[in-house]
Design a protein around this ligand. Structure first.
Ligand code: C2E
Ligand code: CA
Ligand code: CA
Length: 553
């Protein structure tokens, strides 16, 4: 229950406002504004809750007509009925009002029963309209949109139709970080962009189909036309000040059988839309059969994840890192594994992207850090001075305002000197979180953590990252080099330059994914500092790692 409907009374006379309040306050909550300008401000904040506006025409600052003009321009207000309270019976004024969308008039003789009836009727009738439109964005809601889509497909025009699914990526995270008002603003911006983008397409329909999901059904001739439209809509939606990186995923289903049920068509487009989510290059995808299968796998992962965490099915493995001078272990990276009750393993490559999409990674990362802290504590308690362990910090954590606090508390709870815990942050996270990442690194540095830039060279702007962010260690993936042709190849030359540049900037370099002796020798010749890879050791259970290093201290 939302409580009472709200009515906005816009009148410069305090007496009149009080009279309306007296008459209506038993059944409604009354908001007041003394001119059009103030009313617009109230509306902007409360549009979802206001069921009716009672408007005076003659007011200072902004009169009723000007208010109606501005009010009418905003489609999102389209559902809110307006009743004009007048003293005059001037036909001209009445026509102007009706033209501007006014529903009804009440004479300012203040007959309480008449006022109550008119108010009740207007609100009651507006609900029929509300049933067709989404109250937040003012475009069709799912039901009406599906119905329009059905009509389009059943009509006997000979056009070929496509269904486009648009959704805001990482919406839940954005919304929990920036609050519901910002989330609403974002959804309205996207709805506005769709509305503008679809202007002139009379054989098309669009609507809001879910919380952060929108649909368009439109005729097309070439696939490229659809991609163009999507590009235009996205550009418009992103074209406004925002503190975060907005990505919109688009899925496209080309309708072959026009008799197919609309919800089924919608499903296919949404499957295609989700297939691109979490992929930092592709945000548009056409539906294919395999997508359905992949989605089913993802769904299974999501269904099982909470229980898996509770039952400690996630196991932390350590992959040792080696010093290149003496080939001695000098620490490890913690890598998570999912051991299912039937003994089978799911690779992090499969579940991490899913968890990054739904935010569960925040819990899983914490779980891993906690295990690592426990391990380090045990080593210290056993009188050893363990080599540092690095943990992966998902990019999603950078959007988590509690991240630092959580990490710092954890480390202090286990009384771990910070030199024992290193943090790996992936380079590609820098390009989408911008300043947020810089602040994060600065803070972590300030707190005393050692920071590794993971997957260096795989992002778009490695040099910028290097320029802007103060890291301690660069981590380069061996994939950077084309297999078998390292020396003198272009990538070999770049690698050599990167290593020497890192050293000049006071950073160390570790290469991961090293599998062959030849690579080891080559890296050594380039002055690389550390190495991690199957050539030396695969990721192993913690206890095995404990044994491995025991001999080393
Ligand atoms: P990453 O952080 O780049 O980790 C390196 C990956 O390379 C690991 O894959 C590791 O097992 C693998 N690897 C190591 N040496 C070699 C080698 O010589 N050859 C080849 N081909 N591969 C090698 P893994 O364990 O499957 O993890 C994949 C990715 O999943 C990781 O990439 C990381 O991004 C993510 N991940 C793993 N554990 C966690 C975690 O606890 N938290 C977060 N946020 N991400 C994790
Ligand atoms: Ca890593
Ligand atoms: Ca890596």
């Amino acid at each position: 229950m939302r409580g009472k409907h709200k009515i906005l009374v816009v009148d410069d006379s305090r007496m009149n406002r009080m009279t309306f309040t007296d008459i209506l306050q038993d059944s409604y909550e009354i908001l007041e504004a003394e001119n059009g300008e103030i009313a617009l401000r109230v509306l902007e904040k409360q549009k979802d809750y206001i069921a009716l506006i009672i408007l005076d025409l003659m007011m200072p600052v902004m009169d009723g007509f000007q208010f109606l003009k501005e009010f009418k321009q905003k489609d999102v207000y389209g559902n809110i009925p307006v009743i004009v309270a007048t003293t005059s019976t001037d036909i001209e004024n009445e026509c102007r009002c009706l033209e501007l969308g006014v529903w009804d008039f009440i004479p300012k003789v203040f007959h309480p029963r008449i006022i109550r009836f008119r108010v009740f009727n207007a609100i009651d009738k507006s609900k029929i309209k509300v049933l067709e439109y989404d109250s937040l964005t003012g475009i069709y809601n799912q039901q009406k949109f599906f119905q329009r889509t059905r009509e389009l497909l059943d009509s006997d025009n000979r056009k070929t139709y496509a269904f486009i699914h648009l959704s805001v990526e990482r919406f839940m995270q954005m919304s929990s970080l920036y609050g519901p008002a910002e989330a609403s603003r974002l959804l309205c911006a996207l709805a506005d962009a769709i509305r503008t983008g679809m202007k002139g397409w009379d054989q098309a329909a669009y609507g809001r189909v879910g919380n952060e999901e929108f649909g368009i059904c439109m005729p097309y001739e070439h696939r490229a036309d659809l991609l163009d439209i999507i590009r235009i809509i996205k550009k418009m939606a992103k074209d406004q000040p925002m503190d975060y990186y907005l990505e919109i995923a688009a899925g496209i289903y080309l309708i072959e059988d026009r008799g197919m049920e609309v919800p089924v068509i919608y499903d296919k487009a949404s499957v295609a839309g989700r297939s691109g989510a979490g992929n930092y290059m592709e945000h548009e995808a056409f539906y294919t059969q395999e997508m359905d299968e992949r989605l089913a796998r993802e769904q299974r992962i999501i269904n099982e994840m909470h229980q898996a965490l509770e039952e400690e099915q996630f196991v932390v493995y350590f992959q040792p890192k080696y010093e290149l001078d003496h080939f001695t272990p000098c620490g490890a990276e913690a890598l998570v594994r999912w051991k299912q009750p039937d003994g089978s393993m799911i690779s992090p490559g499969e579940f991490i992207p899913v968890f990054e999409k739904n935010g569960f990674i925040i819990q899983l990362d914490y779980y891993v850090w906690e295990r690592v802290c426990r391990f380090i504590r045990e080593e210290i308690d056993a009188g050893r001075d363990p080599a540092p362990i690095s943990v992966n910090i998902s990019r999603v954590n950078l959007y988590n305002p509690k991240f630092y606090e959580t990490l710092v508390n954890l480390v202090s709870e286990y009384k771990i000197p910070l030199r024992y815990l290193h943090l790996e942050l992936t380079e590609s996270a820098f390009s989408d979180s911008g300043n947020m990442m810089m602040d994060a690194v600065e803070f972590l540095h300030h707190a005393g953590f050692t920071i590794l830039m993971d997957d260096f060279g795989s992002g778009y702007s490695s040099l910028n990252t290097l320029k802007d962010i103060d890291m301690d260690v660069l981590k380069i993936d061996m994939k950077f080099l084309t297999r078998g042709q390292q020396e003198n190849s272009r990538s070999g030359i770049i690698l050599e330059a990167v290593i020497s540049m890192a050293h000049s900037l006071g950073m160390l370099v570790i290469t991961e994914g090293v599998e062959e002796r030849g690579q080891v020798d080559f890296l050594k010749s380039l002055g690389c500092d550390y190495i991690q890879g199957y050539y030396f050791a695969r990721p192993m259970p913690m206890e095995e790692y404990r044994e491995l290093i025991r001999g080393e201290y």
